[in-house]
Design a protein around this ligand. Structure first.
Ligand code: NAI
Ligand code: MG
Length: 498
């Protein structure tokens, strides 16, 4: 481990560079001169100091984006193919810097390097390529409604788009936001999460190399409330806000949108039911339950945090699950053997541990974990944690913990679990494990959530839409659906009557 830490970092020199704001194609100091600190969650050491954009800086970024949009340098003066080439080039550059970016993501977020390398970076690259492809496939329609008129539709970009993203998948969330927005020809102002702004800044540099015109992409780092995020969400000259994060923050974003009726799309929390029927392939379901809750230290909006086990298999399943979880290797994300890293911040670590108390007070049984591991007293670690004997109405089963904490709820038969699965205010995802095709499809339609996995978990593709029902938000990202979030339809009537 120590050896890994001492290994020369690929991004060592880059980390020393000042971390400024990207406005109108240039890296600029914040007007206030204020910088905030970013820590390595595995060591609690300072990683970098990053510019905090104030009101004036956000204003300048929005102005630059507005100017770029209104003079049409990206969506009118460039052809769709030229726009596509910027996105393809960006994808290529990210791929060329894959190792460096993976390392940076792991340093900043804490996630295991094998996940940064084999999930975050390639998924980011493929998302940009997927939307580069859309650039040349955006079309309107002609409508034969009335022979006295030639009627057609134009699909136009919305304008200036503010994008506020979280810290759990920093670069991937950036790709989900930038890909479709830029494919449609919008100008963007991105606000990365204050815990993890570094990969966005590095990708911002690569974007300049990729040839996006000045002002089309802007990055304003900073905090959320009373700071950069709020200034952006409240800005009157922003046409749309895309947000991923906590439901309470989502509500504030909607409130801030009211004055100018900004378009808003929201991807918020989840409390997914992961349902295992007695007829399932138990070993596969055990692996699925682990991926479902422990991937990315449980900091996943679609995490399978409520595990429903049908009573006849409950004990067998639990013994297999606990056996596997007991063998998970926890440590610094930079260590190639690590399967579970630290949480992103002290704040998150404390929040998660507070839920351990809450669950125990409510009467759930702590089956494993629930503490900071003895061997990792430095760093924001939480041992993989499982509660059994959970009831669906306990807080541990209803509130988003956003950590490696699994709530196991036993159930008896189809009707029982159908009711419990949907008794939650979120609806982002759900999963069902069964060999019965009928049951699988029945559940896929019954669960009120935007994504259902059958005999799998956490499978993604840029072509497949993702988003929430209920308080998990609205709008669908990825796939062609994201194009809807970043474009307007205009109907044109041409009088051709006599
Ligand atoms: P958050 O929702 O407060 O932060 C996400 C982003 O929004 C960050 O960029 C932040 O700076 C910004 N932000 C915060 N307040 C804002 C405001 N008033 N106006 C504009 N922007 C604002 O989430 P936070 O505090 O980091 O995490 C708290 C909880 O939220 C987590 O424990 C988890 O339950 C949930 N969460 C859910 C995520 C998801 O993917 N759905 C991602 C991150 C957090
Ligand atoms: Mg917050």
């Amino acid at each position: 481990m120590a050896v890994m830490q001492e290994k020369e970092l690929l991004c060592k020199e880059w980390l020393k560079k000042p971390k400024k704001l990207l406005i109108n194609g240039k890296w600029v100091e914040p007007k206030s001169g204020k910088y905030f600190k970013v820590y390595n969650p595995a060591t609690e050491e300072l990683l970098a100091e990053v510019a905090e954009a104030g009101k004036e800086d956000v204003d300048m970024a929005v102005k630059a984006a507005r100017q770029a949009f209104e003079d049409g340098r990206f969506h009118r003066k460039m052809t769709a193919a030229q726009r596509a080439r910027c996105l393809y080039k960006l994808a290529d550059l990210i791929e060329q810097h894959a190792d460096e970016l993976a390392e940076l993501e792991t340093l900043d977020n804490g996630k295991p390097i094998n996940e940064s390398k084999y999930v975050d970076v390639p998924a980011t690259v493929e998302t940009f390529r997927y939307y580069a492809g859309w650039t040349t496939k955006l079309e309107g329609e002609t409508i034969n409604a009335n022979n006295n008129f030639f009627t057609y539709t134009l699909r136009e970009p919305i304008g200036v788009v503010g994008q506020i993203i979280p810290w759990n998948f920093p670069m991937l969330m950036m790709a989900w936001k930038w890909g479709p927005a830029l494919a449609c020809g919008n100008s963007v102002v991105l606000k990365p999460a204050e815990q993890t702004p570094l990969s966005a800044l590095r990708i911002g540099e690569l974007a300049l190399e990729a040839g996006f015109p000045e002002g089309v992409i802007n990055i304003v780092t900073g905090l959320g409330p009373d700071s950069t995020g709020e200034f952006l969400a409240n800005h009157d000259d922003v046409d749309k806000i895309a947000f991923t994060g906590e439901d309470k923050t989502g509500q504030k974003i909607v409130q801030a949108s009211i004055k100018t009726l900004k378009r808003v799309s929201l991807e918020l929390g989840g409390k997914a039911p992961n349902i295992v029927f007695a007829d399932a392939d138990i070993d596969a379901a055990v692996k699925g339950a682990i991926t479902g809750i422990f991937f990315n230290q449980g900091q996943v909006c679609c995490a399978g945090s409520r595990l429903f086990l049908e009573k006849p298999i409950h004990d067998e399943f639990m013994s297999k699950l606990l056996d596997r979880v007991g063998k998970m290797r926890q440590g610094s994300g930079l260590d190639e053997t690590t399967q579970i890293g630290p949480q992103v911040s002290k704040e998150q670590q404390e929040r998660i541990l507070s839920y351990v108390d809450i669950a125990q007070k409510e009467g759930a049984t702590l089956a494993c974990g629930g503490v900071q591991p003895e061997e990792h007293k430095k760093g924001y670690f939480v041992k993989p944690t499982i509660f059994t004997n959970v009831k669906n109405d306990m807080r541990i089963a209803q509130e988003e913990v956003f950590g490696p904490v699994l709530a196991v709820i036993p159930f008896e038969g189809l009707d029982d679990v159908s009711e419990q699965a949907n008794k939650v205010r979120f609806g982002l995802s759900g999963a069902v494990w069964t060999r019965d095709v009928k049951k699988a499809h029945k559940f896929a339609s019954h669960i009120k959530a935007g994504t259902i996995w059958v005999n799998c978990y956490n499978v993604f593709d840029p072509a497949v839409p993702f988003g929430g029902y209920k308080m998990s938000g609205y709008g669908r990202e990825l796939g062609k659906h994201s194009i809807e979030l970043y474009s307007n339809i205009k109907s044109v009537w041409v009088n051709i009557g006599d």
